[in-house]
Write a protein that binds this ligand. Structure first.
Ligand code: 5AD
Ligand code: SF4
Length: 478
């Protein structure tokens, strides 16, 4: 691989730096005249991996591509530009992307004008970008999470100047406003309230791939929410790596609880938020969630581990005891609250006893839902440098034990819904049967139900007949 002088390659060490420089807001997005028609008669296909932040970024990419005259293609085969918006949270997420890039080689061979681009968190890593540059010549464009707004000029260079473009900034980042957006949902929308993360949990790559924690101003957020209300959206999710810390980087005395309350007053029927860190979940937040009917009683509260020593090594800043105290307070003060979580097993040198402590917490909390993972070493993070004597088989067994346990409780919880009537926001009809619909309850339970005269985006009362581990089945009632 010959490094081109105008490439900007990622650098995780740079990305790790935090200064006390004020955060810039940039709202001067414009597409140069020469690029406004680059997409005329051409199409794009976006493939998104990973979390909601990526989903929302893809909506921005689609918005920019629309503004350049591109049309969206139904699949990769019919696209002139294919962008893979990637995730770096665990190694298997990266392997999935490399697999997909590999399978696109055939299309590139058939059509050398095809633009295949890789963006998002994976592009922020030196190792992965080097692999793409060396082994995947079909990838003509690589850009990072801080470079979305430069898509027009980057595409111009690939398409008109036939360059291979690499532009990955490794920095704290700005707040970009007024970027175009093409929302993929008609009744549910994502609203970024902040970007980046400064927590630096020792296993996590996010603070390196997404920059410093930086909040949008409340005025911008509330204006976006008002706009979504006017467009008829039924549900919004306020997004941030750690929403509880909203506003701490701004010079205003205005917290996430304040933002949540003002958002609720705008009157969108359903408001969700994610993700919360147990460390700075305030009492005011709990009171606000309890006070407004349109703030959904569903909190995602990552536990990661139930062992204090492991939590310390993870840099999580809370103990098992303080987690449980918060958990109990939420259960006591927010009626009917559902609590979901993330758990990592097999953190370096986790002992059987330490793993048992995680199971103890699961037995106590009986989470409504859990996302469980085997620790994956992320190059550049402190945990990746820790020696680890635990073999993979043991980790896999732990994951299985954990899943069996939380699944049992989830089923028990779901059984309590049998015979009850719940309100579901309809996402759409089943692909196999047009009379079977699906959607979510306020507590974020997936419901499949039968009924007629139903439309996507409708609120429907559903009588639950059968509970399963991951979903509820029922029928629409008046
Ligand atoms: N290995 C395994 N799981 C991880 N997560 C974050 N980093 C890692 C890692 N290196 C999990 C955490 C986080 C969720 C989004 O992904 O549980 O909450
Ligand atoms: Fe990663 Fe921790 Fe930040 Fe969550 S809070 S994104 S786990 S560093």
């Amino acid at each position: 691989m010959k490094i081109k002088p105008d490439w900007v390659l990622p650098n995780l060490r740079e990305a790790q730096k935090r200064t006390h420089q004020p955060i810039q807001t940039v709202d001067s997005f414009q597409i140069d005249e020469t690029m406004q028609f680059l997409g005329s008669g051409k199409t794009y296909y976006l493939s998104t991996f990973g979390c909601q932040a990526n989903e929302r970024d893809s909506e921005t990419l689609a918005g920019i591509l629309d503004a350049m005259g591109f049309a969206s293609a139904p699949d990769e085969e019919h696209a002139d530009v294919i962008l893979l918006n990637t995730c770096a949270i665990r190694q298997n997420a990266e392997e999935k992307v490399l697999g997909e890039v590999g399978s696109l080689k055939r299309l590139y061979r058939e059509n050398p004008d095809l633009v295949i681009g890789v963006c998002g968190c994976m592009a922020q890593e030196e190792k992965l970008t080097n692999i793409l540059l060396e082994k995947y010549p079909q990838v003509r464009l690589i850009f990072g999470t801080h470079n979305l707004q430069e898509l027009p000029s980057m595409l111009y260079d690939v398409m008109m100047n036939h360059k291979r473009v690499v532009k990955v900034y490794s920095k704290e980042g700005e707040v970009y406003e007024n970027l175009p957006v093409h929302r993929f949902g008609k009744h549910k929308a994502w609203v970024n309230i902040m970007y980046g993360c400064d927590k630096f949990c020792t296993y996590c790559i996010v603070p390196y791939t997404r920059g410093k924690q930086r909040s949008r101003t409340k005025d911008r957020i509330l204006a976006e929410v008002r706009q979504l209300k006017a467009e008829g959206y039924k549900e919004i999710t306020l997004l941030g790596q750690n929403v509880n810390a909203y506003g701490k980087d701004l010079q205003a005395d205005y917290s996430f609880a304040d933002l949540l309350a003002e958002t609720a007053q705008i009157g969108i029927p359903r408001i969700r938020f994610m993700t919360s860190h147990p460390w700075d979940f305030s009492d005011a937040m709990i009171d606000t969630i309890a006070a407004y009917d349109n703030i959904m009683p569903a909190v995602h509260l990552p536990l990661q581990s139930g062992d204090n020593e492991i939590l310390k090594q993870m840099g999580r800043r809370y103990t098992k005891e303080s987690y449980l105290e918060l958990f109990d307070t939420m259960k006591a003060r927010i009626p009917n609250v559902a609590i979901s979580t993330d758990i990592i097993v097999g953190f370096p040198n986790e002992t059987d006893e330490q793993f048992e402590h995680t199971l103890d917490v699961v037995r106590y909390c009986k989470f409504d839902n859990a996302y469980t993972f085997i620790f994956s070493a992320r190059p550049g993070t402190p945990a990746a440098r820790m020696a680890d004597a635990v073999d993979h088989e043991t980790k896999q067994k732990r994951l299985q034990t954990l899943n069996t346990l939380w699944n049992r409780f989830a089923l028990e919880k779901n059984k309590q819904y049998e015979g009850k009537v719940v309100q579901v926001l309809t996402d759409g009809a089943s692909k196999r049967n047009a009379d079977v619909w699906s959607g979510y309850t306020d507590t974020n339970k997936l419901v499949n139900f039968t009924g007629t005269g139903i439309h996507t985006g409708d609120f429907v009362n559903v009588q639950i007949e059968t509970a399963k581990t991951f979903s509820l089945d029922g029928k629409a009632v008046l």
